[in-house]
Design a protein. Sequence first.
Lengths: 163, 163
Amino acid sequence: MEDKRQESIQKLNDLIKDVKVAMLTTIDWGILRSRPMQTQEFDFDGDLWFFTSSETHKTEEIEKDRRVNVSYAAPDSNTYVSVTGTAEIVNDRAKIEELWNPIYKAWFPDGLEDPNLILLKVAVEQAEYWDSPSSTLVQVAGFVKAIVTGERADGGENRKISL
Amino acid sequence: MEDKRQESIQKLNDLIKDVKVAMLTTIDWGILRSRPMQTQEFDFDGDLWFFTSSETHKTEEIEKDRRVNVSYAAPDSNTYVSVTGTAEIVNDRAKIEELWNPIYKAWFPDGLEDPNLILLKVAVEQAEYWDSPSSTLVQVAGFVKAIVTGERADGGENRKISL
């Protein structure tokens, strides 16, 4: 079980590590909104981490509804990944300093001096990807591979796809 | 009002016309899932149209919950678009034939002969985009531009961003 989890984590890490921007979809007053997020510079270990600002609207949305989707689109390699998870705002200076990388200055010019700099953590519950170079919508169903890296929190087990 | 709607439609068309694959996020038993969709080859007129197969799982999801998000990510031009809308499955042969383009054969090899070929229509209610080359998360809020091309169906007016 633990081996399978590690294998899934490694696979998802391989898929997303070169995608620099992901789209984060949240539920906002009943509608779905997405926005670009700079992806992490370190290996994925089961949780996705994003730097964000406490002044953005999405932090409010996540406080109201923690269910999110993170999609990674890499048209050049025809790789598309859907990650389903539960988001959480983490305002922990030690963790912020641990994960900080100067590359994030492109998005946060003040870096660690920015008092609004916080982390958004997404605990990954399910992931699917499409990586066939000639992937067609008809084939997609057959190509869907699911990576389950944790237990679903909402009891919707009937839709859980397991390796 | 009609002029503004036309202007918004034109702007959104300009933003998305070169993005070949979008990610469609749906609500599936309470969780958010996304998948790649080949985008339309014709101009956007207020509704987004996608070819799909009646045998895919997303058609069931949309029948249960019509709220969707369509995200367009174009890393090369650093353009990211979020479209919020209401989806509908359209199984209308005349419309299918009208919108069909041989380029879709890459995804649907049997083309118009495929009995499962159907359309997914997304009535666009709201769109936001980020197109600054040096777009940062801090700046993003200021750069958000909203394109409202229709009325919201769920009454969540307090979050509606209007031009």
